[in-house]
Design a protein around this ligand. Structure first.
Ligand code: DQA
Length: 145
């Protein structure tokens, strides 16, 4: 099966973007790490980042056509704003885990609300790159049972 790792706006700036909050690793570093962890598990990983809401929506729609089995999603700022992305995920009915590098509950109050948490399999926030690694471990486990 294939797992989609989907990343929202400004995550292309990782590594240089507010490193105290988001760390020094780039999105390419995260991608490499997740590919490494997937090796030998018998599943594939595909990675997408976009700054545009409609591109993320289209990617989610295509995921259904491609029979993507699981999505690891960091919606970034769209976490707190996007009914359209929520509806896309409901529309394709693919299970997903919501991930955040930073602890969204320890920041501005507008980050406490997510349009995704109640429809996600689970939410991992605040563990840096490990947020993604733990989500991947869960996805791999779910897909192998
Ligand atoms: C983020 C948290 C969001 O509130 C923020 O808008 C981001 C990144 C994170 O990974 O910590 O861009 O999703």
């Amino acid at each position: 099966a294939t797992i989609l790792v989907l990343n929202g706006p400004n995550l292309n700036l990782l590594g240089t973007r507010e490193p105290d909050l988001y760390g020094h690793e780039t999105l390419a570093d995260i991608e490499e790490r997740l590919h490494h962890l997937t090796q030998g598990a018998g599943h594939d990983l595909t990675f997408t980042q976009s700054n545009a809401e409609h591109e993320l929506i289209d990617r989610i729609h295509r995921a259904r056509d491609e029979q993507i089995a699981f999505i690891i999603f960091n919606p970034a700022a769209f976490t707190h704003t996007s009914v359209a992305l929520r509806d896309a995920l409901l529309g394709v009915n693919i299970p997903f885990i919501e991930v955040h590098l930073s602890n969204v509950h320890a920041r501005e109050s507008f980050r406490k609300h997510s349009y995704f948490s109640d429809i996600a399999e689970g939410v991992i926030s605040g563990l840096g790159v490990q947020s993604y690694e733990l989500a991947l471990a869960t996805a791999l486990k779910r897909l192998s049972t």
